[in-house]
Design a protein around this ligand. Sequence first.
Ligand SMILES: CC(C)(COP(=O)(O)OP(=O)(O)OC[C@H]1O[C@@H](n2cnc3c(N)ncnc32)[C@H](O)[C@@H]1OP(=O)(O)O)[C@@H](O)C(=O)NCCC(=O)NCCS
Length: 179
Amino acid sequence: MRVTIRAPRAGDEVAYAEAVRRSADHIGRWNPVEPDALPDLVERQGPALRTFLIVDRETGGLVGKVNVANIAMGRFCNGALGYDSFLPFAGTGRMTEGLRLVLDRCFAPQSEGGLGLHRLEINVQPDNDRSIALAKRLGFRHEGFTPRMLFLQGAWRDHERFALTAEEWPGAAAAEERG
Ligand SMILES: CC(C)(COP(=O)(O)OP(=O)(O)OC[C@H]1O[C@@H](n2cnc3c(N)ncnc32)[C@H](O)[C@@H]1OP(=O)(O)O)[C@@H](O)C(=O)NCCC(=O)NCCS
């Protein structure tokens, strides 16, 4: 593993802002570019939102950010993944590695420090080939098409919906073995 994951914390603001600014070109085509958003994101962490930073082990550099948003427990135990990768690590496979660790954490029971989720979804704009490739690489299934789902870049954008349940996540068994 070239990466680890951890929650964002006070002190990450400068590195985060620099990473987002460096990566504005590729992020901005699909997601808002918000270099100064980290303090607000830290503030909003709670039962419905958990954020993970993916960190390069060798350099400590920020590889990417993953939001597990709209978390609903009860009979749903569901969350929606959103993510951005940062230069210079984008396209090196580290984002995929980090997301595997995030999925382990999402599907692990709360008694073991996980989020105890049963289902995760990723909603992707139809032309976002890199994100669709990432979702498929992680084993997400295509579930359907949601017209006008999210307001992004000034318009309501259609999304393809991908999902994965705990039963389909091979990492779950491996995580159990690792304890
Ligand atoms: C979507 C996004 C997060 C993908 O991130 P990424 O940095 O490309 O992710 P990875 O590096 O893990 O992707 C693997 C790519 O690196 C390549 N790669 C290079 N070295 C690799 C290695 N050692 N192991 C695995 N893959 C490697 C893979 O071939 C793959 O390229 P491909 O998708 O062209 O096949 C990124 O493009 C991004 O931030 N986009 C803008 C925001 C966005 O779209 N967010 C999602 C909205 S739904």
